[in-house]
Design a protein around this ligand. Sequence first.
Ligand code: ZN
Length: 410
Amino acid sequence: MQSWLPPDVPTLPGNSRPLRLYDTAADEVRPTAPGATARLYVCGITPYDATHLGHAATYLAFDLVHRLWLDAGHAVHYVQNVTDIDDPLLERAAATGASWSELAERETELYRQDMAALRVLPPRDYVGVVESVQEIAEAVAKLLADDHAYRLESDIYARTSSSGHFGYESRYSREQMLALFAERGGDPDRPGKHDPLDALLWRGRRDGEPHWETAAGAGRPGWHVECSVIAHNRLGMGIDVQGGGSDLRFPHHEHSAAHAEALTGQWPFARHYVHAGMIGLDGEKMSKSRGNLVFVSKLRGAGVDPMAIRLALLDGHYRADREWTGGRLPLAERRLATWRRASEAAAGPDGMALLTQVRDRLTDDLDTSGAIAAVDRWARLALEQVADGADPAAPALMARTVDALLGIKL
Ligand code: ZN
């Protein structure tokens, strides 16, 4: 599937430190340790509606991971999927009378435009499920042949016990898993399953639903296995970061990892599992069911500078659940204007010192608030022209720093 055009990323002088990130599986902040090519997989959208600020905040967090690895001299192989066939898409299409494939195409295109406007670096492989049905089905057929899966009527389920490590990613108790599985699209109560937590790998053909003829029979893939296969076939096992929103910690990431591990006999699927917090509005999580979504495209349509949206979403720690309050956007617009004026000053305080501070803050589990505060201090001094030994090259370096590492084009 076509990705979107990449923004320019300026190169910066000096050296960066290794990126440290909180790993959900290890329950600690620890260094990422990629090879020459860092491997990143982030779960993509189900394109039945426009990109809201919660989605945008998640993709921005992983965009910083991408940028920090580039700054450290790695190539980055970034893969993202599009769940362009799944129940929510079919339900929305049926409710609105649209064709599911046209709906998916339209919303995926809007997502590309939102990501490009927010200066998010595109994945190298942007992969739809529809275009990957055969490779996913081959993996499902192999799981079945290896007895890591079983048939239930026309469907196929994975054996949760197969990977031998189930539960390590989320670290939830069985009781928590059962509750979350029921809440987030699982079917713990379906009669005939060997374990209530077993996940659907393959949904057999149903009347009135799209299906494909494959090695796993006629039907379509389950949600978790699509990510296992799309990721593994392009990145191999032990990928450096598997990312997504905190609502994917269970069941999605747990099952995706378990499926890939059962399929390959290798462990782990990913070396870091990284989760971004949720964005709330008026004290509630932003979600479709609550009808309280703020869309990136609506804000752009109203003339809001995408760089202000980006700056507003980065003002707060990526792992924290954050509120989108009315004051956030005006604050970001004022900050952006100040930074722009400062970047045009005749001189400013030491630009290398600022670059070091921004690198140090961001490589410490993406401390964006700390990085933004460092730029604020630099900008105030540059505009007050009070710095001793002010450097005429510093404003240009500040602009490059903010562009390369925070993705903010001044
Ligand atoms: Zn996924």
